[in-house]
Design a protein around this ligand. Structure first.
Ligand code: TXA
Ligand code: MG
Length: 338
């Protein structure tokens, strides 16, 4: 008989049923936190729930394990990974924090802000940061991810747990369907809260530069530091290798800023606040729309017939809506039209 593991109780949060680890009958989709940590310790790959999207984790100090992440995802070796730490104290063993970076970590960690900072040791495998002398680092807020890092005792390198270029996974089932047969375990922590990746910023010489829009809107960062967040200019592009790549694409073509009556009967309409069948948020709430976005696209992609198009309502360009539009624009760009 299956028993509920002790940590399912320990990490149960009052408000979030989704954080409860539910025992699954299929052992491949559920392992205990200690088992997950042991698999990682031995150089294996484990998909982990975070508050943003599911990550594909390996111990960050194991070059061979990290190389396997790139292989499983078919990820270009030039695109560096985020290292996930238990807390600021652990992070300080691996990267240099200038005062502004400390302010940001204190304001947003644990949470969905990734800081790109100068490396201070060679402990992290060089392929994690694609040979750069900086390291992207964040302390995830999800109790399961946090617990696995704490049990392991070293940072976990983890990109989103999807094949490169595809939609990021927001449920354990998305991970299983995409790369489940290529990795060692999936920890199911329920659907992720934000549904979009972390915001990535470079902190350098007293300035913060936005490298990737994400779950934390830039104005929230500006409010915390009391100064503007700089945008990346074209000549700075090498500072953010990931931004060069096409990304987040469903198989089905998508058209942005559309109107409901653009959709023919074979097409789909992804509304916003209009109570239509696949509405991203019936109440017009951007956080709810972000939470639903990738899952809804994945679902429509699975049921769309050849020749179908997904038409998407205009999404308000503020708050997390900026990151939603960023992802949608990348997805739309990657459409190869005949
Ligand atoms: O929410 C998230 O960030 C998720 C969860 C699992 O933490 N992870 C994630 O990782 O989205 P990934 O690999 O899909 O995206 C990492 C981004 C990429 O755009 C990459 O180019 C950038 O961070 N990045 C990583 N290290 C960097 C570095 N040293 N300098 C500049 N950009 C870096
Ligand atoms: Mg990704």
């Amino acid at each position: 008989m299956e028993s509920v593991a002790p940590y399912a109780i320990r990490y149960e949060s009052e408000d979030k049923q989704e954080l409860t680890l539910k025992p699954k009958t299929e052992p491949k989709t559920f392992r205990q936190i200690d088992e997950a940590a042991q698999i990682l310790r031995d150089g294996g790959l484990v998909a982990l729930p975070s508050e943003t999207v599911y990550g594909l984790g390996a111990r960050a100090d194991n070059e061979a394990a990290v190389a396997r992440i790139f292989a499983v995802k078919n990820r270009p070796a030039i695109n560096p990974l985020i290292s996930h730490v238990e807390n600021l104290q652990m992070a300080q063993d691996y990267v240099e924090f200038e005062p502004l970076a400390l302010d940001l970590a204190q304001a947003f960690w644990p949470g969905a802000l990734t800081l790109v900072l100068p490396k201070r040791t060679d402990v992290i495998a060089p392929n994690v940061s694609a040979g750069l002398d900086t390291l992207a680092i964040r302390a995830p807020a999800h109790p399961v991810f946090h617990a696995v890092i704490a049990a392991l005792g070293v940072p976990i390198a983890a990109p989103s747990a999807n094949t490169s270029g595809k939609l990021s996974p927001t449920t354990a089932e998305h991970v299983r369907a995409d790369i489940g047969d290529k990795i060692d375990a999936i920890l199911d922590g329920g659907p992720t809260e934000f549904g979009l990746e972390s915001t990535v910023v470079l902190v350098e010489n007293g300035e913060v530069t936005l490298l990737r829009h994400g779950a934390i809107p830039a104005p929230a960062i500006e409010a915390a530091i009391g100064k503007p967040v700089l945008e990346l200019t074209k000549s700075d592009a090498p500072k953010s290798p990931g931004q060069l790549l096409r990304h987040y694409a469903p198989r089905t073509p998508i058209v942005l800023n559309a109107r409901a009556d653009d959709a023919r009967s074979v097409d789909f309409w992804l509304g916003f606040g209009d109570q239509s069948e696949y509405d991203l948020s019936p109440t017009g709430d951007l956080r709810e729309a972000a939470h639903n976005l990738f899952a809804r696209l994945a679902k429509l992609d699975a049921i769309a017939s050849n020749g179908a198009v997904i038409y998407i309502a205009p999404i308000p360009h503020h708050g997390i809506g900026v990151a939603i539009n960023d992802r949608l624009e990348r997805a739309a760009q990657s459409v190869e039209r005949k």
